[in-house]
Design a protein around this ligand. Structure first.
Ligand SMILES: N[C@@H](CCC(=O)N[C@@H](CS)C(=O)NCC(=O)O)C(=O)O
Length: 201
């Protein structure tokens, strides 16, 4: 069974899904369908009424969005109980994933300010989103002992958040005060799954 992923290499949510697919051994079952969401709106909206990537076209469940749902589907397909454990061990992983997801959402909203040319006049909302990114990263750093030795969807989500900050906001300074998280990210970035999904130069 092959699947099609509406995606873009610059998208942190897309990256998370593809890194996960690599780690689960499912990458060769997914065909990437790259799309520029902002330019091809009708095309992405036909696949996902929310107009967002990633969206995964499956044979048995139609088109799935958004990225946490796609992740859950792939983990289920691979029947991998390490990536998202069951029982009590599930919730720290879900909660780490949600933390990284929320900080990524905040970073994406800052990126939208840049694209709209409004970043020169930071407003209260942009300032709040910066604080959300910073406190999300600080919380991930605090929780590092939970995930530094364990490959989970939460750890992948954190890595893709940090990779996105380096890509779009290289001056954000997330490493300041977080040396252990920075060291973890440097090592994690050496994984073939991360190397295969680096954002465009
Ligand atoms: N919650 C969604 C967020 C996806 C998202 O915002 N993707 C961006 C690209 S990185 C997008 O497609 N934006 C287009 C839009 O918001 O209209 C997920 O986790 O999949």
């Amino acid at each position: 069974m092959t699947m099609v992923l509406h995606s873009n290499p610059g998208s942190p949510y897309t990256r998370k899904v593809i890194v996960l697919a690599h780690e689960l051994g499912l990458a060769d079952r997914i065909t990437l369908a790259p799309i520029q969401v902002w330019e091809a709106e009708a095309q992405i909206r036909a696949a996902n009424p929310l107009g967002k990537i990633p969206a995964l076209v499956t044979e048995d469940h139609g088109t799935l969005f958004d990225s946490p749902v796609i992740c859950a589907y792939l983990i289920d397909l691979a029947d991998d109980s390490e990536m998202l454990p069951t029982g009590a061990a599930r919730w720290p992983v879900e909660s780490l994933h949600a933390l990284a997801q929320g900080a990524t959402d905040a970073a994406i909203s800052l990126r939208a300010e840049v694209m709209r040319g409004r970043d020169a006049e930071p407003d209260w909302y942009a300032e709040r989103m910066k604080r959300t990114v910073a406190s999300g990263v600080a919380e991930a750093a605090r929780r590092l002992p939970e995930f530094k030795e364990r490959m989970t969807v939460g750890a992948i989500a954190v890595a893709c958040l940090l990779g996105y900050l380096d890509f779009r906001f290289p001056d954000f300074g997330w490493r300041d005060g977080n040396p252990e998280l920075a060291a973890w990210f440097a090592a994690f970035s050496e994984r073939p799954s991360m190397k295969a999904t680096q954002p465009p130069g």
